[in-house]
Design a protein around this ligand. Structure first.
Ligand code: NAD
Length: 519
């Protein structure tokens, strides 16, 4: 059973077998503080390294992962319960791609940027932005992508010149420790990437230890707690939280492909994805045909231990997760929905479950389930589909399925979510170049892509005056001439037009003379 012994060590269990895999130390708040302080010291050195040096470290870490791919995939699969196949396809492959991308491109993405400052440039001024690292980045991930999420964020943070402290989930501490080990083997300074294992209290201690930024992935409830503490300390943060992602299937979609996508989108990682398809809306005219396809495809899925290569659906991560999934399925039943397939469980193995006759008013349509359930509702018009999809407090991802791409784009623009896919589902966390993050309760800020990289740096504005032999006309002392000049600035200079601004010139010259005479 994957519930924990919290005496002095964190015990890690395989949720599929109950087998004890290993254990990890629980860091005390004092130890966490010490780790952050060492990280800050390591930052002073790391921030001065070149992009080439950072790239070499990341590429060496990448090689180590490739060399140990089977061992790492097995650890991820055993600790999180996910299929071995998905440990490779949905964790190792995307993070290796992210590592090479940010190793090679960060220098270009963070190139200093000149800013056009309009008429101020006529006064001999120029401005540019340079990007500085924050310092110590605290990464607090969830257990469901225990390798790719923290390692991806750590890679981006390091490439930007930050140091990193990761507090892995209490359900997957060994995978977290593996990330630290990979960087050590790659030759990193021992304080560059530090791992503090422990539970929520250790996470809270990390937030309290005044890191320079917090990258959090987890539930809305924990996100709110972190935001409260961070606000007290004015620590900036990114929150990647839960979802209740809708999939809209129009009658003109390729129904067979859409049904396969729905099955994968709802049941991969046994439904334990922030971006799982948790609400499906299909156009009424094709609902029966589409639902039959979904049920047929679901019947073919083998459920079992993730280490068996032909197993597609595995196990829930914990008793807590099981009780949420059970209660949601029960609530659907009570409120009049019908379960076409699944609905039962043996231990933590909850069957892939397809539910129909569903309405948005049913409680489990409003809360994140995080399990292998696919509730399907119908709609009649495009407007209704958009309304149903947006009737949620969450807004992480969504998908629209149609052969009419104009309609697809029109609908995508109206859906409130951080990512909307047209004829695709769930997978864009795996694209390093695209931003990831939510609207509404699904979070704040972004990871991945340029937007995600920008979360890990502070823009610094450098402003230069090449005409510094003259005082600025707005400096002291003030006078009647000064006020006349300021009015001329208001009328002409602030107009944004070079031509109009020149009308202020005579008054500017008078003011300059006055200031120079007063020297
Ligand atoms: P959780 O909120 O229980 O835990 C997440 C992490 O926070 C863990 O490491 C935990 O130890 C730590 N934590 C717990 N209490 C804390 C506190 N008071 N202060 C600091 N840290 C604390 O979430 P979970 O069950 O591990 O993960 C599931 C949730 O994560 C789901 O809601 C899922 O949608 C979400 N998720 C979101 C994304 C995304 O990209 N938006 C990705 C993966 C998972």
């Amino acid at each position: 059973m994957k519930d924990l012994n919290l005496d002095s060590a964190l015990v890690s269990f395989d949720p599929a077998t109950g087998e004890r895999i290993g254990q990890a130390k629980i860091f005390t708040p004092e130890e966490v503080k010490e780790v952050v302080s060492r990280s800050r010291k390591a930052f002073l050195k790391w921030r001065t390294t070149s992009f080439e040096e950072r790239k070499r470290l990341i590429m060496r870490a990448r090689e180590i992962i490739l060399a140990e791919i089977d061992e790492i995939a097995e650890l991820i699969s055993k600790e999180s319960g996910k299929p071995f196949a998905e440990a490779i396809s949905m964790e190792i492959v995307p993070v290796l791609d992210l590592m090479q991308y940010f190793a090679r491109k960060t220098k270009k993405l963070l190139k200093p940027r000149k800013i056009q400052i309009g008429i101020f440039s006529l006064l001999g001024r120029s401005s540019k932005i340079i990007y500085e690292p924050y310092g110590v980045i605290a990464i607090i991930p969830a257990w469901n992508y225990p390798f790719s999420i923290p390692l991806g964020e750590a890679t981006m943070a390091l490439m930007a010149g930050n140091t990193v402290v990761i507090k892995p989930s209490e359900l997957t501490p060994l995978t977290g420790l593996k990330i630290g080990e990979i960087f050590q083997k790659a030759g990193a300074d021992e304080d560059l990437v530090q791992i503090v294992t422990g539970d929520g209290a250790t996470g809270a201690a990390l937030v309290e230890s005044l890191p320079d930024k917090i990258m959090f992935t987890g539930s809305v409830a924990t996100g709110k707690k972190i935001a409260e503490i961070a606000a007290r300390n004015l620590t900036p943060f990114v929150l990647e939280l839960g979802g209740k992602d809708p999939m809209i299937v129009f009658k003109d979609a390729n129904l067979d492909i859409a049904a396969s996508a729905a099955v994968w989108g709802a049941f991969c990682n046994t439904g334990q994805n922030c971006s799982s398809v948790e609400r499906l809306y299909v156009e009424e005219e094709v609902a029966e045909k589409f639902i039959n396809l979904v049920v047929e495809k679901t019947k073919k899925l083998k459920q079992g231990n993730g280490l068996e290569s032909d197993v597609s659906v595995t196990v829930l991560s914990s008793e807590k997760q099981l009780s949420i999934v059970k209660s949601h399925v029960e609530a659907f039943r009570k409120e009049g929905a019908r379960i076409l397939i699944g609905g039962n469980h043996e231990g933590l193995f909850f069957e892939p479950t397809v539910i129909v006759d569903v309405k948005n008013s049913m409680l489990p349509m409003q809360e994140e389930t995080f399990g292998p359930t696919l509730p399907i509702a119908t709609f009649k018009t495009e407007e209704e589909a958009i309304r149903l999809a947006n009737e949620s407090n969450f807004g992480l991802t969504a998908s629209v399925w149609t052969s009419d791409l104009k309609k697809g784009k029109r609908v995508a623009e109206k859906i409130q979510a951080g990512t909307v896919c047209i004829n695709e589902v769930l997978y864009t966390h795996g694209i390093a170049q695209t931003p990831w993050g939510g609207m509404k309760l699904s979070g704040q800020g972004r990871t991945h892509g340029l937007e995600g990289l920008m979360e890990l740096v502070q823009p610094k504005h450098i402003h230069l005056n090449r005409f510094s032999i003259l005082p600025d006309i707005w400096w002291m002392p003030y006078s009647e001439t000064a006020i006349k000049t300021f009015k001329a600035l208001a009328k002409h200079f602030a107009s944004g037009s070079m031509l109009k601004a020149s009308l202020a010139l005579p008054q500017i010259v008078r003011r300059l003379k006055e200031l120079l005479a007063n020297k």
